[in-house]
Design a protein around this ligand. Structure first.
Ligand code: HSE
Length: 429
C-alpha cells in the first residue's frame, strides 16, 4: 500500500531518540519512497525532564505499550533499550498490532530475536535493527542483504567503542584501566555502570546478532564466550607493544563443520593490522565470505547522529514496503545453532607470569610448557621498575586451549610464581 505519510511513534528519548526526532523534523521527506516520515507520538521515562527539543506538539504516552498499540501511528520505533521489560513488551505489542518495528536494541535482538522474528513474520511486518550493531556503520544490512549470495565463514572485529576508547587511551597515555574509565565516565563516553561495555557483554550481544545474520541461524547469546577488558593491566599493554601487538577487544564468530563459535576476548593484534589501527571509539569489522573473500568496514559505532542515521535508514526501508525475513532466512528455516565443543578450541596465546628473579625459574616455566606439549614462539623477560618480581612473557604456537589452561595451572603452582598468570589470545583475524 503506498501512503503519502508514515506516522511514527518513538519510545525512548535519549541521545538516539533526540537524533531521530531532530532529523525527521528537519527532513520528513528524506526517504527514497517519496512519502513523508512524521513523528506523531512519543513515550519516555519522564515527561517533564528538560530536553533540547520541543515535544509539546506530539502526543505523549506514559506507557510505551500504549504508544506501540496506538492506531494513531503506522510504525513503532523502540529506543528504550534493555533485553526485557518495557522495550520487549512494547515491541511485542506493536508486532501483534501488525505494525512494523525499528529498534536499536541489541540486547533484546540477541536474547529474544528468534521469538520476535516468529511474531513479526507471522504478522507479515518488518522488524529492523540496523542501529543495534556498529551504530551508524551498516553491518546488519550488509550481512542480511548484500552477502546472501555468498556463504560467510567468519565475522570478527571491534564492536564496542567504549572499550576501544579505553584501550586506546591506556596505550597512548600510559594510564591504568581504572583511571581511564573514570575519565571516560566524566566525559560521558562511558556509562555510570560500565559493566555491559567493559565486561564484554555489549560486544557479545552484537556479535551474536551478526552470527545469526551471517550464518542463517537464530541468535544464541547464551552460547557466547565472553571476557571483557576490566582485568587488562597496563603492563600487558606495554609488554604486548614490545612484542609488536596492540590489545583490542575482538568479537568474533566463525562457522565450521564443528559448529558455530561466538566469542569476545581481549586479543593481541599485530600493530600494523587494521584492527590494531582502529583507534578511539571507532568500530571495525572483517567479513570473510567463501566467494567474495574478505571485506573490511570501519566507522562510528555509537553517537546520536550516526545511530539516528541507521534508525532512519530502517524507517526508509519500512516505507518502501519491503518485508524481509528478520534474519537472513525465514524464522522457521533458521539453522540450528550448534556451539563448538570448547575442548576443540585452539589458537596462539600470550602468557605473562610474575616470578621471583632467581635461578631456574625460566627453566621451570618452559619445562612445564614443554611437558604439556605447548610450543613457545617468543620469549621476553623484562625488569619492571617498582614491580614485585619480574614478568616473564611468552607467546605460543597454536595450541588446544584446554592443554594450555592445564599447563598454566601447573605453572601457577610453582613456588617462584608470585601472581596469577595472565593469558591473552592472539587474534586470528
Ligand atoms: N555502548 C556501546 C559502545 C555503544 O560503547 O560501543 C552503543 O552500542
Amino acid at each position: 500500500m503506498s501512503r503519502s505519510q508514515w506516522r511514527i511513534g518513538i519510545a525512548g528519548l535519549g541521545n538516539v531518540g533526540a537524533g531521530v526526532l531532530n532529523f525527521l523534523s528537519e527532513r520528513p521527506d528524506f526517504a527514497p519512497a517519496g512519502a513523508q516520515a512524521v513523528v506523531t507520538g512519543v513515550s519516555a521515562r519522564s515527561r517533564s525532564r528538560p530536553r533540547p527539543f520541543d515535544i509539546s506538539n506530539l502526543t505523549w504516552f506514559d506507557d510505551p505499550v500504549e504508544l506501540a498499540r496506538s492506531p494513531d501511528n503506522d510504525l513503532f520505533v523502540e529506543l528504550i533499550g534493555g533485553s526485557d521489560g518495557p522495550a520487549k513488551a512494547a515491541v511485542e505489542a506493536a508486532l501483534k498490532a501488525g505494525k512494523p518495528v525499528v529498534t536499536a536494541n541489541k540486547a533484546m535482538i540477541a536474547e529474544h530475536g528468534a521469538e520476535l522474528a516468529v511474531l513479526a513474520e507471522a504478522q507479515g511486518v518488518p522488524l529492523l535493527f540496523e542501529a543495534a550493531v556498529m551504530g551508524g556503520t551498516p553491518a546488519v544490512k550488509m550481512l542480511r542483504e548484500a552477502m546472501v549470495g555468498d556463504d560467510v565463514r567468519s565475522v570478527a572485529g571491534i564492536l564496542n567503542g567504549t572499550c576501544n576508547y579505553i584501550l586506546t587511551e591506556m596505550q597512548s597515555t600510559g594510564a591504568a584501566f581504572a583511571d581511564v574509565l573514570a575519565e571516560a565516565q566524566r566525559l560521558g563516553y562511558a556509562e555510570a555502570d560500565p559493566t555491559m561495555d567493559v565486561g564484554g557483554f555489549d560486544a557479545a550481544h552484537k556479535i551474536s546478532i551478526l552470527a545469526a545474520l551471517a550464518f542463517g541461524c537464530a541468535p544464541n547469546y547464551a552460547a557466547a564466550e565472553v571476557e571483557g577488558i576490566d582485568q587488562i593491566d597496563l603492563l600487558d599493554i606495554q609488554l604486548a607493544k614490545d612484542l609488536g601487538y596492540r590489545i583490542k577487544l575482538v568479537a568474533s564468530a566463525s562457522r565450521s563443520e564443528d559448529g558455530v563459535l561466538v566469542r569476545v576476548h581481549p586479543s593481541l593484534t599485530p600493530i600494523d593490522h587494521p584492527l590494531a589501527q582502529t583507534g578511539g571509539a571507532l568500530n571495525a569489522l572483517f567479513i570473510e565470505g567463501t566467494r567474495i573473500g574478505r571485506i573490511f568496514i570501519q566507522g562510528p559505532g555509537a553517537g546520536s547522529g550516526p545511530t539516528a542515521a541507521a534508525v532512519s535508514a530502517d524507517i526508509a526501508d519500512v516505507m518502501t514496503g519491503a518485508v524481509r525475513p528478520v534474519f537472513q532466512r525465514p524464522a522457521a528455516a533458521l539453522q540450528p545453532f550448534t556451539p563448538v565443543d570448547p575442548s576443540r578450541n585452539h589458537g596462539r596465546a600470550y602468557l605473562r607470569f610474575m616470578v621471583k628473579d632467581e635461578p631456574g625459574v625460566i627453566a621451570a616455566v618452559s619445562e612445564t610448557l614443554a611437558e604439556a606439549g605447548v610450543s613457545i614462539e617468543s620469549f621476553l623477560q623484562k625488569p619492571v621498575q617498582d614491580a614485585a618480581g619480574v614478568p616473564i612473557v611468552l607467546t605460543t604456537h597454536s595450541v588446544a586451549e584446554s592443554v594450555l589452561s592445564a599447563a598454566i595451572e601447573r605453572i601457577a603452582g610453582l613456588p617462584a610464581v608470585i601472581d596469577r598468570p595472565r593469558l591473552l589470545r592472539i587474534a586470528r583475524v
